[in-house]
Design a protein around this ligand. Structure first.
Ligand SMILES: Cc1cc2nc3c(=O)[nH]c(=O)nc-3n(C[C@H](O)[C@H](O)[C@H](O)COP(=O)(O)OP(=O)(O)OC[C@H]3O[C@@H](n4cnc5c(N)ncnc54)[C@H](O)[C@@H]3O)c2cc1C
Length: 446
């Protein structure tokens, strides 16, 4: 095959990673892209998401940032506070993120990010969506991939592809089967012992509370921290919604016997979890309607030995699920798709009569490019969570001193807000890195 654009691409999963990958391949000129998704529609949970400059850079290249930005909050500062007292431990100004990194750090509604990517995909005639259709199994990896799908109301059927991009999330069936088939190993998800509430409060419900109103009208991300728990909050949807995302010890899921990752929670229990937190936090939590408390189990995975096998590559949470404390999970998933598209479109197919071997090498280059960076970020998110959740004692005293001295050191213990970490992550241009290193890495593989 002389023209890479003729390769048949199958994307499994229409989450942030799958949508981003489909759009990135379409923008490179690939002509046959099928996206298969278990759910009957996009169905994104009511929750906010942080969109750091490293992913905004990619979204801008994909042509969908302008639409997403319309509703987004351009973050100008972050405030880290003691949860129990609301006393500020550190304040990090971020007025010049756009100037420094070329793109802003924004917060937004998940539906807005997903909608922007999806609308971008709908404009591409190369992309076909197959909703309510789940991958059942992989039948072959090479020279072409053969996959069995089942439509919800239909029979099983087989699809053949030159490249499969598995963006099927933390519970990835592709990962499980691939590790078993390629290495004979078992996929090992890890319990983090943490769970999260996701809460969205309407501005209209805050009108009588000047302190809450000031929060939703601000351009600030606030983190309230306490022992083994914290809350991060920011405005989304053109300042009409205040989004809260929490982390706390997992009690509900730990005692559950099934494999569910989300559950309806009790408001009373949620208020109890943040019992020690200040009245301001309680006024917010009290606004959550009874029966609308939703809790997520936070899971990760041991670092995978491989991300690709034959013509199949994992991306996003399927291969590097992360704790949310660095706000990089979806960003990394979208970056993965952009790097994959860059690598495959650079593959010298014309010079080889073995397309499958060339494709497999290109996918390995993607793994070489992305695995060290994403592994470092996953580890850092986990480390930052441990630091944020310290209880009374010397370590906490040292941490709080470091928070107070943040202006001098250029580094704060909350890695998300730390200027040195932001510099490392925000200046990373994953596509540029792929462009500059592809040929050398491709040639280095036998
Ligand atoms: C509380 C919390 C806060 C977070 N905050 C942020 C943040 O601020 N910024 C950030 O960048 N990230 C954040 N993240 C992380 C981010 O949400 C995830 O990393 C990201 O959504 C992963 O995207 P994905 O496409 O890889 O997987 P998913 O979003 O899980 O998508 C997988 C898709 O595959 C589909 N699927 C699964 N199995 C099959 C199958 N067999 N066949 C077909 N389809 C299938 C699923 O239905 C789903 O649609 C947060 C996460 C949590 C839990």
């Amino acid at each position: 095959m002389a023209d890479f654009r003729d390769l048949r691409i199958v994307v499994i999963g229409a989450g942030m990673g799958g949508l981003g990958a489909a759009l990135a391949f379409a923008k490179k000129g690939f002509k046959h892209i099928g996206v298969y998704e278990t759910a009957s529609n996009l169905g994104f949970v009511g929750a906010g998401i942080q969109m750091p400059p490293n992913v905004v850079r990619v979204l801008d290249r994909l042509g969908c940032w302008e639409e997403i930005e319309k509703e987004a909050t351009d973050v100008k500062e972050t405030s880290i506070r003691q949860g129990s007292t609301n006393v500020e431990l550190a304040h990090v100004d971020m007025p010049d993120v756009r100037e420094k990194y070329g793109f802003p750090h924004c917060t937004g509604h998940r539906a807005s990010l997903a909608g922007g990517l999806y609308n971008g995909c709908l404009k591409e005639s190369a992309i076909t969506f197959h909703f309510a259709t789940a991958l059942q199994r992989i039948d072959s990896y090479a020279p072409t991939a053969k996959l069995t799908f089942k439509a919800r109301e239909g029979e099983m059927y087989q699809v053949e592809a030159d490249i499969v991009l598995a963006a099927d999330g933390i519970k990835s069936v592709t990962r499980t089967q691939m590790l078993a088939d390629a290495l004979g190993t078992v996929s090992e998800e890890e319990d983090t012992g943490q769970a999260a509430y996701r809460i969205m409060l309407k501005r209209s419900e805050m009108l009588d509370d000047p302190e809450l109103l000031a929060l939703v009208d601000s351009d600030t991300v606030v983190r309230w921290i306490g022992e083994r728990r914290h809350i991060i909050a920011y405005p989304v949807s053109d300042h009409q919604i205040y989004n809260l995302s929490t982390a706390q010890p997992d009690i509900n899921f730990a005692s559950a016997t099934n494999a569910t990752y989300t559950t309806r929670g009790s408001k009373e229990v949620m208020l109890g979890v943040f019992r020690e937190f200040c009245p301001l936090v309680h006024r917010m939590l009290n606004l959550v309607p009874d029966g609308e408390v939703c809790e997520w189990k936070l899971r990760v995975h041991k670092e995978l030995p491989i991300w690709t096998h034959g013509s199949i590559a994992l991306l996003g949470d399927a291969c590097h699920p992360t704790l949310p404390h660095l706000s990089q999970g979806a960003a990394m998933a979208i970056e993965d798709g952009a790097v994959l598209a860059e690598c495959v479109s650079r593959t010298p197919l014309g010079e080889t009569d073995n397309t499958a071997a060339a494709v497999a090498k290109a996918l390995k280059v993607y793994e070489l490019l992305r695995k060290p960076h994403t592994t470092a970020l996953v580890d850092m998110a986990s480390f930052s969570g441990r630091t944020l959740h310290l209880g009374e004692g010397k370590a906490k005293e040292d941490r709080d001193r470091a928070f107070r001295e943040n202006g001098k050191s250029g580094s704060v213990p909350d890695k998300w807000a730390s200027p040195d970490v932001q510099k490392m992550i925000y200046s990373n241009d994953c596509v540029k890195e792929a462009t500059e290193n592809f040929d050398k890495l491709f040639a280095s593989l036998v």
